[in-house]
Design a protein around this ligand. Structure first.
Ligand code: EPU
Length: 346
């Protein structure tokens, strides 16, 4: 275990914000975590777990000890009549893992292609796209308690998945007293890819591809290619323009609130949810407030998707947050809706 000091983090966060870690330890094997905990100086210090950095906004230098997850490895754990159980180290790149499962002949993750970040972050915020969320394909994960060093395993129910949410996003002072935010480091994740494979279509953008191409029954590989094409057309590549994907969650409202908004803005994009609530497209709300293409300093609203905030070059975390707050205020003033940020603000 080597503790590096004063480490630049610009290349470790997809926003490309300039900041430094006072102390950084690369976790390449589970024993590295134990070594940090046993260290007289690092052991008692607060910790910050850094994965792919694709869902964070750095607002300054990071004082807690940064544990940079670099745990690799991927394998088929079991091939049962019901599913392929596939495991990957938390530090594996998510998209490469998805592509690899398809190459091996284990479909099921194709709708989640091209989501930036690492495997370890996928359950933290229950990543989702085009009708599939990680919770639909999750089997279990192994993690290590950052206070005791004890390893433990969680199944899907124990992860308490919600929309872009899980037990890893909540502090223990939450309503049910449970929460692992900042308290655990995910080592590896197992996914159950159900047999027989069934295409998940139905999402508007995918249906459009089906109509355009005339392919009625696409293969998993075809869906993977469609999802990649859709994302390339709409979302900025973090390697070119810094960003953290969707900056806000899509808010849910009651049917009454939605009817009220429709009365004023008949075009509002809304989707009825199975529980009776209505989900609104945050991107549409922000777009309707005229934010597309606008900037605060070097932080801007992406021209092709108003839900994505971008770094136009040299943006600070403070500028990103100022822009985010200005957007929240105008959406609240116009629609009475409070948008909740998706990334973790550090
Ligand atoms: N819209 C606008 N203007 C905009 C952006 C969107 O009018 O500037 C409208 C679109 O026309 C569409 C609706 O809003 O009718 C929804 O847009 P889109 O299909 O692009 O999806 P989204 O709700 O903005 C969500 C996820 C994405 C995920 C896509 C596809 C959240 C917060 N975002 O975006 O996830 O890729 O659906 O499933 O749930 C992410 O979380 O980082 C992310 C990229």
């Amino acid at each position: 275990m080597i503790a590096e000091r004063n480490v630049p983090l610009q290349s470790c966060n997809s926003f490309g914000i300039v900041a430094r870690a006072q102390t950084l330890v690369r976790v390449r094997q589970p024993a590295d975590v134990q070594a940090v905990l046993d260290d007289p100086e690092l052991g008692p210090a607060p910790k910050f777990v850094l994965g792919g950095g694709s869902n964070i906004v750095l607002t300054g230098d990071v004082r807690p000890v940064v544990l940079k997850v670099e745990l690799t490895g991927r394998r088929l754990v079991a091939d049962t009549p019901k599913a392929w159980i596939v495991e990957a180290g938390a530090g594996e790149n998510w998209h490469d893992f998805v592509a690899w499962t398809l190459e091996q002949g284990w479909p099921g993750l194709e709708n989640l292609a091209m989501i930036p970040g690492m495997v370890g972050a996928s359950p933290v915020q229950n990543i989702g796209a085009y009708g599939v969320e990680v919770q639909d394909r999750f089997e279990s994960l192994d993690a290590v308690d950052l206070t005791t060093g004890q390893a433990f395993t969680l199944d899907a129910a124990q992860c308490a998945f919600g929309y872009r949410d899980s037990i890893f996003k909540h502090a223990s002072s939450g309503p049910n007293g449970l929460g692992l935010a900042g308290k655990a480091l995910i080592l590896r994740v197992r996914f159950a890819l159900p047999k027989p494979w069934k295409a998940v279509l139905g999402y508007l953008d995918l249906e459009r591809k089906r109509t355009e191409t005339g392919i009625e029954a696409p293969s998993a590989r075809q869906i993977f290619d469609w999802v990649c094409a859709i994302r390339r057309a709409k979302l900025p590549d973090p390697a070119v323009i810094g960003n953290a994907g969707s900056f806000f969650k899509n808010p849910t409202v009651t049917p009454e609130q939605c009817a009220d908004i429709i009365a004023r803005d008949p075009k509002v994009v809304h989707y009825p949810m199975p529980d009776g609530s209505i989900k609104l497209a945050a991107g549409w709300l922000i777009d309707a407030c005229g934010w597309k293409g606008k900037s605060v300093g070097q932080a801007g609203v992406y021209e092709k998707q108003a839900l994505v905030l971008v770094n136009r070059g040299g943006a600070t975390g403070g500028q990103v947050m100022t822009l985010a707050r200005a957007i929240q205020t105008s959406v609240y003033e116009r629609f009475g809706i409070r948008l909740e940020p998706e990334p973790v603000v550090v």
